[in-house]
Design a protein around this ligand. Structure first.
Ligand code: NI
Length: 218
């Protein structure tokens, strides 16, 4: 096995033993990792080693669990990669992307400047879309004690604090924020599936009260 493959393999083991919390568990990292490498191969002209390491380490210290300190992730990643004797220009590139990708509430992320960064961000956003995006949204909503939907928010763009509200506030906006052509295409398919899901959810949840009453009376 070559040296880069060894670093990737050891990083996988490191990430697995470091992660916690259900919507950012190892399976999320693994999906983002595979999707990012897949997009990287399709797009071409990129440093795949950087993509491997960035995807694996992008959630290593989620700010939500470190009192909002966005520097924890890049720092933990840097310490690990230095220990692995990864070349310093690769470390700088990987940690710069992780820093710029960190989600800070109320703030726009700076646009990513490298193709490798754009690809990992696309892969991370794709994991919030489609069937897996729906599953993750409700898992996280449950963890936060949110209701599934707000009766008035089923087809409206309103901050209802429900998980369906989160679709309108964030998830349905993601397809227009993709960086790469491959990412855009995958996002568009997953977006359409989510829209269809929301339509069905609305149909199933909005049974007319009059009809219920009439049926009851016979
Ligand atoms: Ni992520």
């Amino acid at each position: 096995m070559d040296q880069e493959s060894q670093v990737i393999e050891q990083t996988v083991a490191f990430v697995k033993r470091t992660l916690h919390e259900s919507s950012h568990d190892w399976l999320h990292i693994e999906r983002v990792w595979k999707t990012a490498v897949d997009i990287g191969v399709k797009e071409g002209g990129v440093d795949l080693f950087v993509i491997h390491l960035t995807a694996l380490l992008h959630d290593i210290a989620d700010w939500k669990f470190h009192d909002g300190d966005v520097n924890v992730g890049p720092r933990v990643a840097r310490e690990w990669l230095e220990k692995m004797k990864v070349p310093s220009e690769v470390i700088d590139h990987v940690c710069g992307i992780i820093r710029d990708m960190s989600f800070i509430p109320g703030k726009e992320n700076p646009p990513l400047t490298s193709k490798e960064g754009m690809i990992v961000q696309d892969a991370d956003r794709l994991d919030a879309l489609g069937a897996i995006g729906i599953a993750r949204a409700f898992t996280y909503g449950g963890y936060r004690g949110q209701s599934i939907y707000h009766p008035d928010g089923l087809d409206a763009n309103e901050g209802s604090g429900s998980t369906v509200g989160h679709f309108y506030e964030k998830l349905l906006l993601l397809k227009d924020r993709m960086n790469t052509a491959t990412g855009k295409q995958l996002a568009s398919e997953r977006h359409d599936f989510m829209v269809e899901f929301l339509q069905r959810l609305k149909a199933e949840c909005e049974v007319k009260y009059d009809t219920v009453l009439m049926e009851h009376r016979g």
